[in-house]
Design a protein around this ligand. Structure first.
Ligand SMILES: NC(=O)C1=CN([C@@H]2O[C@H](COP(=O)(O)OP(=O)(O)OC[C@H]3O[C@@H](n4cnc5c(N)ncnc54)[C@H](O)[C@@H]3O)[C@@H](O)[C@H]2O)C=CC1
Ligand SMILES: O=C(O)C(=O)Cc1ccc(O)cc1
Length: 305
């Protein structure tokens, strides 16, 4: 395979950046990978575990020769990092990001970048509840979607090159409009995380059910909630602060449905409950019949009106 980029710079050496590095290593790429992390401790860990060909001490150093610069820091930090690195970018380079929210990142990063570089935002729809330089693994992106979200007017060749790069890491790619991306992600990722955080918080607050009982008797559903609710607090704080409109809108829809179900329970409307659960089960079965990977988030089939 021809290499889409000769030199890649990873900024923020956490779960996503480290998984990108290991995925590049797995395919035996000749691409040189340099990495930068803000904290000396993270840079030290990266050197110890062989994460990146070169671990740089400064932002200017890491971006200077790079053909692709990947911003892999929390969404709220993207703008400041872009501002600091901008004067050192090589003309013709592509800047991308992996942030979970797109409009805010584009607004925060875009204005700092010189006209001599391409900005092609992206978002791998793959992750875990773990974070930091030691949490990555080479198969994270296998058969998972990476959404490519280019603002209008983005250079087509730069977009195709980034798509080829992600496909090389094992991902499937799909282009999406910025606003639609943020709405879809609110439905399939952001609100589910908020619900998990809430459910685990509620269980923790209960005085009549002990923590021991919660741990001892937790069935699969609650266990899944606890896994999701263990996700990085900084990352998820930033997601909700930066995808405010879409998450508030979807939360409104969610609470309306929840109240409808609450009413059905209170009034003993078994028919409504049964009909609702039958409809939701059909969605899952439809996915299985279509032979889709049910562990992957469902972009093509999610209807958001
Ligand atoms: N964790 C997940 O499941 C997924 C995360 N994302 C997105 O990817 C990005 C990175 O997430 P992870 O790799 O999970 O995070 P992580 O917490 O594992 O790593 C983030 C890295 O950024 C560094 N960092 C934090 N604040 C910084 C700042 N102000 N300046 C410079 N560096 C800073 C941290 O020290 C750390 O090295 C986030 O924008 C997140 O929304 C996207 C898809 C999945
Ligand atoms: O761990 C999980 O269940 C996830 O949902 C992973 C994830 C987290 C954030 C994203 O922006 C994309 C994927």
């Amino acid at each position: 395979m021809s290499e889409p980029y000769k030199r890649v710079a990873l900024i923020g050496l956490g779960l996503i950046a480290s998984s990108m590095f290991w995925a590049m290593r797995r395919i035996g790429t000749q691409t040189h990978v340099s990495g930068y992390a803000r904290s000396a401790e993270t840079r030290e860990t990266a050197r110890r575990i062989g994460l990146c060909d070169t671990v740089c001490e400064t932002l200017p150093e890491v971006v200077r020769d790079a053909d692709l610069i990947v911003l892999a820091v929390p969404v709220g930090a993207m703008g400041a990092v872009a501002k600091e690195m901008a004067p050192y970018l090589k003309p013709g380079a592509t800047v991308t990001d992996v942030g979970s929210v797109k409009q805010t990142v584009i607004d925060a990063v875009g204005p700092h970048l010189p006209d001599t570089v391409h900005f092609v935002p992206g978002h791998p729809m793959a992750g875990t509840e773990h974070s930091g330089p030691e949490s990555g693994f080479d198969s994270l992106f296998d058969n998972r979607w990476t959404l490519i979200v280019p603002p209008s007017g983005t250079d087509e060749e730069a977009v195709q090159r980034l798509e080829a790069y992600w496909q090389g890491l094992g991902a499937m790619t799909e282009r999406m409009e910025i606003e639609h991306h943020d709405l879809v992600c609110a439905v399939v990722s952001h609100i589910p995380h908020l619900i998990a955080y809430t459910m685990v918080g509620v269980a923790d607050d209960l005085s009549r059910v002990s923590d021991q009982e919660v741990i001892k008797f937790s069935a699969a559903g609650f266990r899944d909630f606890t896994r999701i609710a263990a996700s990085d607090p900084t990352m998820w704080r930033d997601v909700f602060l930066t995808n405010k409109d879409a998450t508030i809108e979807m939360l409104g829809r969610f609470t309306e449905e929840l109240f409808a179900l609450q009413r059905a329970i209170r009034t003993g409307d078994g028919e409504q409950l049964h009909a609702y659960f039958t409809r939701t089960r059909a969605i899952r079965r439809g996915i299985l019949e279509a032979g889709q990977d049910t562990d992957a988030p469902d972009f093509g089939r999610t209807k958001v009106k």
